[in-house]
Design a protein around this ligand. Structure first.
Ligand SMILES: [Ca+2]
Length: 334
């Protein structure tokens, strides 16, 4: 019996070891969002928490690139609902856009759901938080996903050594950031909101970012219409994600088949990689003085997503992920 028991133990230990070997490490990620003017950011933060709950991501922070008065509280509503009330939040304290939701869903969710942050004064400046978090992470490890303006990343690149790190912002990014994924631009050429709203910051980032950038362009998310299964799902109750979509979809005729999923595609690719869903086109993002962009195929360091998986399949996947509900039990740190 003894040898048999021993071999069984060895087999079990072997399969545990191989499982442990195969399990991918969660992606450490910073989510940078303008959450307000559009509500695909709400789908994106739901998807972010869904992939953290599945062990695929480790959220380091949710940071706003927009400074309207409720933005810190709005981020806190979603982090609290997904049982991560202590997740760090940052807000730009210097010059930044101030764009609340035109559908007013920001005041609805902050009125109806618990949040541990009620004012932007309670959270640190976005750049200080970036520096603190990056300094504490291993080299070449952090993924940043931006689904709003480049305001914070431009300020980060231009930041000086501080109590968190003796490195300049650009040096710190070069050392710590593995990749930047951005919902930005329109390919091969066009004009897109996130780039156009803060042109100087967009220029700074696309010309000075020291590492790889993957862009999910306007043309990717515009075809992925999501949210109808969420708002029609009777089993989902008391959800700020559902409430935002249920309030906003009927307010615009163009959303009658669901909202365009620009920001969700960027978060999906930032965590799971592009390979199952898209191919990459290599080159260089070119930004023009009027905020429009084009693409230089001869350049290097930048990529944009090109459709591979049928739109219906990406749509079904995002629809499923944004219906994710909080995992019951105690609060999570990250
Ligand atoms: Ca956005």
């Amino acid at each position: 019996m003894k040898p048999l028991f021993l071999s069984l133990l060895l087999v079990l230990a072997g399969s545990y070891y191989s499982l442990a070997q195969q399990a991918p490490k969660p992606v450490p990620i910073i989510f940078d969002t303008d959450i307000g003017p559009d509500y695909d950011d709400v789908g994106a933060i739901a998807l972010l928490h869904a992939l953290a709950d599945s062990g695929e991501a480790r959220i380091l922070a949710t940071i706003a690139s927009n400074k309207y008065a409720r933005v810190g509280a709005v981020l806190s509503v979603f982090n609290t609902w997904f049982k991560r009330p202590g997740l760090p939040i940052g807000v730009p304290k210097r010059k930044a856009l101030d764009l609340p939701s035109w559908q007013k869903w920001d005041s609805v969710v902050t009125a109806n759901y618990p949040h541990v942050i009620s004012s932007n004064t309670e959270v640190p400046d976005a750049v200080a938080l970036y520096r603190k978090l990056l300094a504490a992470e291993p080299d070449n490890s952090v993924t940043i996903v931006t689904v709003g303006f480049f305001t914070n990343l431009a300020n980060l690149l231009q930041s000086a050594p501080d109590k968190y790190s003796p490195l300049s912002g650009r040096e710190l990014v070069k050392k710590k950031v593995k990749q930047l994924v951005s919902m930005a631009g329109h390919f091969p050429a066009g004009k897109e909101f996130n780039v156009d709203r803060d042109i100087p910051s967009s220029k700074t980032v696309v010309t000075q970012w020291p590492g790889t950038i993957i862009f999910s362009g306007f043309e990717i998310g515009v075809e992925v219409l999501t949210g109808l299964p969420l708002i029609g799902n009777e089993a989902i109750r008391n959800s700020p994600v559902k409430d935002v979509f249920a309030l906003s979809i009927p307010m615009s005729k163009q959303d009658k088949n669901g909202r365009m999923s620009w920001d969700e595609t960027a978060v999906l690719v930032a965590i799971r990689g592009w390979e199952p869903y898209y191919t990459l086109r290599s080159g260089r993002f070119v930004i023009n003085n009027d905020g429009s962009n084009s693409w230089d195929d001869a350049g290097t360091g930048h990529f944009y997503l090109v459709k591979k998986m049928p739109v219906a399949e990406v749509t079904a996947l995002i629809n499923q992920l944004i219906m994710h509900q909080p995992v019951q039990g105690k609060s999570r740190a990250k």
